[in-house]
Design a binder for this molecule. Structure first.
Ligand SMILES: CC(C)(COP(=O)(O)OP(=O)(O)OC[C@H]1O[C@@H](n2cnc3c(N)ncnc32)[C@H](O)[C@@H]1OP(=O)(O)O)[C@@H](O)C(=O)NCCC(=O)NCCS
Length: 299
């Protein structure tokens, strides 16, 4: 069943960049409730995966659309969530997420640096809007991508000092200073940085820090996400508030992206980010590949 769910996810969301293991892990959660629709050959052609009040996955295969299957699946999903005592349905992000919301080409607010993936349109967000859902953020939510053969690089490398700030790989003994920085910038990220495997000198996952006067003032996690697909990511970027607005984040992102290119990564991406950062990540060449309707409905 998990493999069938993974297959229908892959067929319907070819443009979502998530590690296969992560998606399989989320789909395997014992607390998931799965609603399914099968064709006459018993092939899974429609599915809703629910956890608490979140619909983690919702899709109907393209050739079976416009026959009411999605409408019926959604009504069943909403009833299940209501029967379990919730008064609100959320599409996308719950305890974890396969995708943050409903993938769409629709921008709810102004944006820049956009090059949407092939196949991304507003059919799904329209479907949910017609059924009472609204975009719950007061800005856009989106993923950004950069094919690294188009990355023109920059003059800077790991180890360089620019305007008095040194950009270097972090070691475990930087952890306290890193947490002071992330707590100041965005506390929700501190937990990610506390994972000690990040500092084990592994070429596939590293923390890049910006250091001023022996103090960490900026951080970023750079990862080879999927070896087979040659996909890498640069994310969880933070800059201490007193140092913001000096292009420290831009340099962290650009240096990390250059590193990914140099280790042979084909495409770099960052997911689940928000308005304003299309401008910031745009400096390194990233472009918005898909928007998300952060869909919510009160029951
Ligand atoms: C986002 C963050 C890392 C930016 O750090 P920074 O060093 O101040 O960013 P930079 O100076 O490199 O920004 C470069 C440009 O992007 C703009 N920018 C950066 N963050 C922005 C935001 N949230 N909204 C709008 N514009 C933003 C800057 O104004 C600047 O514009 P410019 O062209 O006029 O120079 C920092 O604000 C932060 O730590 N925020 C909390 C954590 C977070 O949300 N991280 C991102 C999640 S991936």
């Amino acid at each position: 069943m998990i493999q069938e769910l993974f297959d229908i996810y892959r067929r319907n969301f070819p443009f979502i960049l998530r590690q296969k293991e992560t998606v399989l892990w989320i789909l395997s959660n014992d607390a998931n409730i799965v609603l399914e629709h099968r064709n006459e050959k018993n092939t899974l052609i429609g599915a809703a995966v629910i956890n608490k009040n979140t619909i983690l996955l919702f899709c109907v295969d393209a050739e079976y659309r416009k026959r009411g299957i999605g409408t019926r699946l959604l009504a069943m999903a909403e009833n299940t969530i209501k029967d379990n005592g919730y008064s609100q349905v959320v599409i996308g992000a719950g305890f974890d997420y396969i995708m943050p919301g409903v993938p769409t080409s629709k921008r709810y607010f102004a944006s820049e640096n956009e090059a949407l993936c092939f196949g991304v349109d507003d059919t799904a967000s329209d479907f949910f809007e017609k059924r009472g859902y609204r975009h719950s953020w007061n800005c856009n939510c989106f993923d950004m991508c950069l094919p690294l053969n188009t990355f023109s690089g920059n003059a800077y490398d790991v180890g360089d000092t620019i305007d008095g700030i040194t950009y270097r790989w972090a070691a475990l003994n930087d952890l306290d200073s890193i947490c002071v920085c992330t707590d100041d910038a965005y506390q929700e990220f501190t937990g990610f940085y506390q994972d000690k495997t990040l500092y084990a000198d592994n070429k596939n996952i590293k923390v890049l820090v910006a250091v001023a006067h022996n103090e960490v003032v900026g951080t970023l996690i750079v990862k080879l996400e999927d070896d087979e697909a040659c996909l890498g990511s640069a994310g969880c970027t933070t800059v201490k508030r007193a140092y913001q607005g000096k292009h420290i984040a831009v340099r962290l992102v650009t240096i990390a992206t250059k590193y990914l290119r140099d280790i042979g990564v084909r495409e770099a991406y960052l997911s689940y980010t928000y308005s304003g950062l299309d401008h910031m990540y745009g400096y390194a060449g990233y472009k918005i590949s898909v928007y998300y309707m952060m869909a919510v409905r009160e029951l």
